[in-house]
Design a protein around this ligand. Sequence first.
Ligand code: XMP
Length: 504
Amino acid sequence: MVVDFGGQYSQLIARRVRECRVYSELIPHTTPLADIQAMQPGGIILSGGPRSVNQPGAPSLDPEIFTLGIPVLGICYGLQLLAKLKGGRVERAGQAEYGGRTLTVCRAEGLFAGLPPESPCWMSHGDSVVELPTGFTVTGTSPNMPVAAMENQELGLYGVQFHPEVRHTAFGMDILKNFLYSICDIPPTWTPVSIIEEAVERIREQVGDEQVVCGLSGGVDSAVAALLVYKAVGEQLTCIFVDHGLNRMNEAAQVEDTFRRHFHVPLVHVRAQDRFVGKLAGVTDPEQKRRIIGEEFIRTFEEESHKLGKSRFLVQGTIYPDVIESGTDSAAVIKSHHNVGGLPDDVDFELVEPLRLLFKDEVRAVGEELGLPESIVWRQPFPGPGLAIRIVGEVTRERLEILRKADAVLLDEVRRAGLYRQLWQSFAVLAAIRSVGVMGDERTYAYPIILRAVTSDDAMTADWARLPYDLLERISQRIINEVPGVNRVALDISSKPPSTIEWE
Ligand code: XMP
C-alpha cells in the first residue's frame, strides 16, 4: 500500500511495486487507520511530498500505523515523517538537494542486500533527518547527508531520503524488491495471467447471467475491457462500435476484423458517418465540435443498445490513473476532454470496469496476453472526437478525406522509421488556410498539412519530437505527391505548455 503525501512520484512508486509483480494501491494519507488495516496490506510505503514535516498543518498520519506489525518504508517526506513521529528531529538542510548523488551503504543486507558499497541515487528534498529516533540506525549516507537511509529492523521500519522509484537511482528496483520480497515476505505473483484470472472471476460474480454491452473505440482500453468480459461471460456480451467516420485510415475495418472475425465477439458496427458529418456542417468552434460529437455518440449508442433489448450492464474502460485523478481537484478547463465513449452519469446501466485498478502498461500486458494485435495494444492515444479536432475549421467529407490520407502517410513513415512506439503521438493536422504552389506547370491553391509529433509521459506536458530530417523529407514529399488538395507541409515545433498536443 502506497500512502500518498502529494509527491510528484507517488503514482510512480505504485507502478514500480507492480513492476516487481506485487499488487499495490495508492491511497490518500487521510485514509483512516481502520480502513488501512481492513485492506490487510503486506507492506506500507510512505511517499514523498512537497511540504516540510515541520510546517503547521503538514500532512501526517496516525503513528499507530507503525505498531501494526506491517513493515513500513518511508521515502523522502515519508522518511522524514517516520523520523519525526518516532521522536527524531528533521530540519531544513543547509541547501536543498536536487539531482544525482552517491549513496554509500553501511551494510549490504536487508533493504540494501546485493548493493555495491557505492551507487548513484536520486535526491530531491529540502529537509533532512538530523537526529535519529531512538532504536534506529543509519544504513546509508551520501555526501553532506549523514542520514540518507535509516532503519529499525526489529520494528520493521525503514526509510530512505533518496527516491528508489526513479530510474536514476541505479539499484532502486533492487531496494524495492528487497523490501517487498524479503522484508514484507510478499511473493511476486501479480502477473498478466493472474490479473486476467482475477478479473474474469470478478466479472462473472458481478454479471451473473445478465446481458452486457460494451462500446468499442478502437483503442486499447476498451478493447482489453471487452475481451476480459467476453472471456468471463461469452455471448452475454455484445460490443457496439459507433463508427463516427472521424477515425484514421482502416481503423474501423481493424475493429471488425479483430473482434468479429478473430475473437468471434458479437459486434454491432454502426455506420454513422453521415449522421456525424451532417451534424458538424458549418461548425468551426472546437468546443462545439466536441459537444456535438459527444452528444451524438451517446444518442447513437443508446439507440443501438435499446435495439439489442435490455442490458443491465455497461462495460467501461476506466483505468487506475483516471480513478486516482478523479479524486483530485481539477485544474481550469482548457479543453473539455469529453471522452467520447464515456457515457453520462445518469444512464440506467450498472458499470463493469475490469481495468479500474490497472495502470496503462498493465492494460497493454493483459492485451498482449489475451492475443490482441500489436496495432491495438500499442496504439498511440487518439482523442474521442477523432479527426474532427485535427481539422481546423469546418469538417467536411472532402477535408476528412485529405486529412485521413495525409495522416496515413505520416504514420506509415513513422512506423517504417521504427519510431512509432517512442512517440507519444504523431499525427497530421489540416489547417484552415490555403497557399499558392506550383505543380507541373500549374498554379495550385491548396491546404497545408501540419505535422505534429510529441514525446510525453502522461500528456500533461509534452515536447515536440526531433524527427530526423530525412524522415520529414519523405513524409513531406509523399503527402504532397499522394494527397490531392495539399501543396505544402509544415512542422509544429511547440511544446506543451504553452501549446497543447492537439490543435483544437
Ligand atoms: P491536449 O491537446 O489537451 O491533449 O494537450 C492531451 C491528450 O488528450 C487527448 N485529447 C482528447 N482525448 N477527447 C479525448 O478523449 C478529447 O476531446 C481530447 N482532446 C485531447 C490528446 O490526444 C492528448 O493525448
